[in-house]
Write a protein that binds this ligand. Structure first.
Ligand code: KG4
Ligand code: ZN
Length: 333
């Protein structure tokens, strides 16, 4: 099955052609992220206006390589996300589906992150995904754990009760003066600190790490960082290092805790924060079971994962029944 996938839930506009949920035939991605720099966060209206501007030229380019007649279905992110942004992708998908008389496959963006792991990579030897598996989605808006009995079954186990892990990276990065560059900036600053470890570093909490639930909590981190930062006794890179340690400790410990009650043969990491090298390193050190993660370009938002998820868990639907749902839940029944 050859799927045209469209992703416009946040500040990216992304299109991909994905074959059988595992092979990328074509992809395009543009982002308005740099335009939001001076606003201290993504400005929803600006993001949507840019998506309106980008989407038709990008679709037109895609059809030059893969004519619409060769496509079996159109996958599109329907939520969760920014309403204006989602509408651009959803309405484009519906129009194509209507004109070409093809089914739409509505996709949940958070679930889709997991399926970035199913894309076949050349020149990369990752462990085979065996089931049952545990999936951790760590993005800017979500920190969620799922149990997968098969490649097409997702059972939600738990998530954050306040901020997401990526949000914690983003908010603390802004506090430290790294602007909107978020987790990536913290990772780079932490790397500058790591070789020496001479300078003392602040001590930050690891909330809920030792409790019995599968919940995460990251909002306290920002307050703790602020309190320590005001003391003006620690160097900025030492802060970045400790922030990264605190967030990655919580993610690794909770995921491994979940394997006690939900035996798994593989752990699947995904979402923007899964691009973090320290997180991968900690799983490598502490996980008794194999774990996989997508290449960095498929950790952050993209359309390839939308096409992959559509193949594994999607339901082909007539265009008239598809609508953008900004608050689409990630919990499964
Ligand atoms: O999945 P994603 O692109 O968008 C959402 O669906 O939210 O994730 C974006 C998040 C941001 O919070 C960003 O700071 C974080 O992923 N991120 C990272 C890294 N690269 C992106 N966090 C830690 N380390 C990184 N290298
Ligand atoms: Zn995402």
């Amino acid at each position: 099955m050859k799927i045209l996938a469209i992703e416009t839930s946040f500040d990216e506009t992304a299109i991909a052609i994905v074959q059988d949920g595992t092979h990328v035939l074509f992809q395009l991605l543009t982002s308005s992220s740099s335009l939001h720099e001076s606003f201290g966060g993504v400005l929803p209206e600006l993001a949507a206006r840019k998506q309106v501007e980008y989407i038709i030229p990008m679709l037109s380019e895609t059809f030059k390589h893969h004519p619409l007649s060769s496509i079996d279905a159109i996958a599109v992110t329907i939520g969760p996300g920014l309403i204006g942004s989602l509408l651009v992708g959803v309405e484009a998908a519906k129009t194509i589906a209507f004109i070409a008389n093809k089914p739409i496959i509505p996709v949940n963006h958070v679930h889709a992150h997991i399926y970035a792991n199913f894309i076949k990579q050349e020149r990369q030897s990752t462990p085979e995904i065996e089931f049952p598996a545990l999936a951790l989605v760590v993005s800017g808006g979500h920190t969620e754990l799922f149990y997968m009995q098969t490649a097409s079954s997702l059972a939600w186990l738990g998530g954050t009760i306040d901020d997401a892990a990526g949000e914690a990276f983003d908010k603390t990065a802004r506090l430290l003066g790294f602007g909107n560059r978020g987790g990536k900036a913290i990772e780079e600053a932490a790397r500058r600190y790591a070789p020496s470890k001479r300078l003392t570093r602040p001590s930050l909490p690891r909330p809920l790490v030792r409790d019995d639930t599968l919940s995460f909590s990251f909002s306290g981190l920002k307050t703790a960082v602020l309190r320590e930062w005001e003391k003006e006794i620690y160097e900025v890179n030492a802060f970045a290092y400790e922030i990264q340690e605190a967030i990655t400790d919580a993610l690794v410990e909770k995921t491994l805790k979940a394997t006690k009650n939900y035996p798994a043969k593989t752990i699947l990491l995904s979402g923007g924060v899964a691009a973090n090298e320290r997180l991968r390193e900690k799983f490598a050190e502490r996980s008794p079971i194999p774990f996989v993660f997508p290449p960095k370009e498929f950790c952050t938002d993209n359309a390839v994962m939308i096409g992959a998820a559509a193949s594994f868990i999607g339901t082909p639907t007539e265009w008239r029944y598809v609508e953008a749902m900004p608050d689409l839940p990630v919990e499964t029944d």
